[in-house]
Design a protein around this ligand. Structure first.
Ligand SMILES: *[C@@H]1O[C@H](CO)[C@@H](O)[C@H](O)[C@H]1NC(C)=O
Ligand SMILES: *[C@@H]1O[C@H](CO)[C@@H](O)[C@H](O)[C@H]1NC(C)=O
Length: 273
């Protein structure tokens, strides 16, 4: 089972401290709709696809969440928290200004992630954050997600409001990432949690724990979408949807899932462990 311990299981503890940002800080970092991350050159490699995940809004109560979703099916919830301030801080210019010289740890984007590489954040953004080519294996693609140093990046995480609905007996731990269009992680599973995109769109594919998907652990989600997905029988299709900023996807315990970033995406997961 040791092999199952991929980067996505890497969860770090997080301590919340009061914010010390001045109002001036936000005024200086004017926000564009894409935070400076997208460009026309980065056009989407795939479309959004159908949405077969249930979508609810903030009228969903905690008891409804527990009864209907927490232990049985994924759900997308809209408008649960207002992360405008966090989104501001996640613009390309703000992150580069604040964290450009900090190191980030990248992992290969295969199911059982093997290799880790440390690079300065600025180098990652300028040279490694690029669209996924169809031919490159996941095991040869470097991905920035999780393995975050919460001491160095505390001023960022303290501005994030996670979804308020947790599971009894669990607490949340964050994994933050940024990735290019066409990138994503192939099928894997772990404990329950949430995924939110701050910029860009992320397409999700999910299967219940008992339905093991047909996939190669070293191939990318992009190649799975192009080569395997179109030939699936109706009954073998995943539950799927594309999430946008302002929406969070909840995945229950042990559900298989794969992701595909349709744009350059800035995203954060809250693992409930
Ligand atoms: C996180 O960053 C702090 C401050 O730079 C450093 O002392 C610590 O060793 C880092 N932790 C890890 C796990 O790399
Ligand atoms: C996946 O890639 C890793 C690293 O290159 C390799 O060790 C492993 O054998 C590959 N797995 C499969 C199923 O091809």
């Amino acid at each position: 089972m040791e092999e199952y311990c991929c980067v996505l299981l890497t969860v770090a503890c997080f301590i919340s401290l009061p914010s010390v940002q001045s109002e001036n800080y936000y005024a200086k970092n004017a926000l564009t709709a894409d935070g400076g991350w997208l460009s026309t050159r980065n056009s989407s490699p795939a479309d959004e696809g159908p949405c077969t995940v249930e979508v609810r809004d903030q009228s969903l109560t905690y008891s409804q969440f527990i009864e209907r979703y927490a232990y049985s099916r994924p759900v997308i919830i809209r408008g649960l928290t207002d992360n405008t301030k966090f989104q501001f801080q996640c613009s390309k210019s703000s992150l580069l200004q604040e964290f450009g010289d900090r190191m980030v740890r990248l992992s290969t984007a295969n199911t059982y992630s093997y290799r880790k590489v440390d690079v300065p954040f600025q180098e990652f953004v300028e040279h490694l954050l690029r669209p996924q080519s169809l031919e490159t294996l996941g095991s040869d693609t470097l991905y920035f997600f999780g393995d975050n140093n919460f001491t160095e990046w505390r001023s960022l995480f303290q501005n994030y409001f996670p979804p308020p609905y947790t599971l009894p007996g669990t607490s949340g731990a964050y994994s933050f990432g940024i990735a290019g269009p066409g990138t994503g992680v192939p099928f894997h599973w772990h404990g329950p949690g949430y995924s939110e995109v701050i910029y860009g769109r992320k397409r999700w594919f999910l299967y219940p724990p008992e339905k093991v998907p047909n996939f190669h652990p070293n191939k990318t989600t992009l190649s799975w979408v192009v080569d395997t997905y179109p030939a699936l029988n109706q009954e073998d299709r995943p539950i799927e949807c594309t999430i946008h900023p302002g929406e969070v996807l909840f995945f229950p315990d042990r559900w298989w899932h794969a992701t595909l970033n349709l744009d350059t995406s800035v995203f954060i997961s809250t693992f409930l462990g």
